[in-house]
Design a protein around this ligand. Sequence first.
Ligand SMILES: Nc1nc2c(ncn2[C@@H]2O[C@H](COP(=O)(O)OP(=O)(O)OP(=O)(O)O)[C@@H](O)[C@H]2O)c(=O)[nH]1
Ligand SMILES: [Mg+2]
Length: 293
Amino acid sequence: MTHKAGYVNIIGRPNAGKSTLMNQLVGERLSIITPKAQTTRHRILGIVNTEHTQIVYSDTPGLLEPKYALQASMMTFVKEALKDADVMLLIVDAAEGKFEFFGFEEALSKMEIPLIIALNKIDLSDQKKMEAQVRQLNVIFPKGEVIPISALHGFGVDAVKSRVEACLPESPPYFDKDALTDRPMRFFVSETVRERILENYREEIPYAVEVEVESYKDEEKLVRIGAVIYVERKSQKGILIGHKGEALKKVGTEARLLLEEFIGKKVFLELFVKVDEDWRNKTNRLKAFGYKP
Ligand SMILES: Nc1nc2c(ncn2[C@@H]2O[C@H](COP(=O)(O)OP(=O)(O)OP(=O)(O)O)[C@@H](O)[C@H]2O)c(=O)[nH]1
Ligand SMILES: [Mg+2]
């Protein structure tokens, strides 16, 4: 029997549910999910293997018009995802008033690969509204196949999966057949800490932080991790740490518990906070944090 494999690249507006859907499709908590827009900043691969297939799902940051260097780099990941896709999986938020694709609709329509459109969050919608949106999407993307889903509740995810499998081209595998992702454990550590920061702070803090894992030691009984949280200003450092260090302690505890589940071992997590002024606009810092120019 021949082998099928391909990149299934998930794109869509910030907060549409891309990461929720990817985690559902892969069956692992690979991408962080929060109610805040622009949660995902990198491209993250989630790989599903069977004997004769390898599906490489790719989660990306949400489509937007970049306002600073970090966002420009985030869009570089999206452009990459347009280039190497074997199947495009566009997610649209049914709860959003108006569909806006920032010109990406043209690029998508020109592509010769299959286009699956997941109309997500239909749990927040009703039959009439949903049918109208499906018609609207069929006009914008005549070649696309629209599948209404609720990624959060797992509704329609199997329909997406079957469609993806049907679209997969013949190809040898791209990764080892036991690979789950292209990212090292350190990446998931920094993302988990960032997720807890996004969930625990308001306003500018979530967008001003970056997390770097400085040490990761896998010892016999526990994993010992040291991570630095960078902020842009001294005032943000104070907010992050909080009164008597309690805010940071909460982040640390929540992240540790999630990591213990993910790694399957006891974790000792130490967090430090440093100020790195205006890192979001410094190319060298963005590079060091794994972003592309
Ligand atoms: N009601 C409802 N909420 C959903 C659904 N799918 C995702 N969400 C919620 O929408 C929010 C954003 O989900 P994410 O998966 O982080 O969205 P994303 O597209 O990856 O967002 P960015 O990474 O910021 O671009 C979270 O609060 C999810 O729980 C859904 O089917 N129904
Ligand atoms: Mg995301």
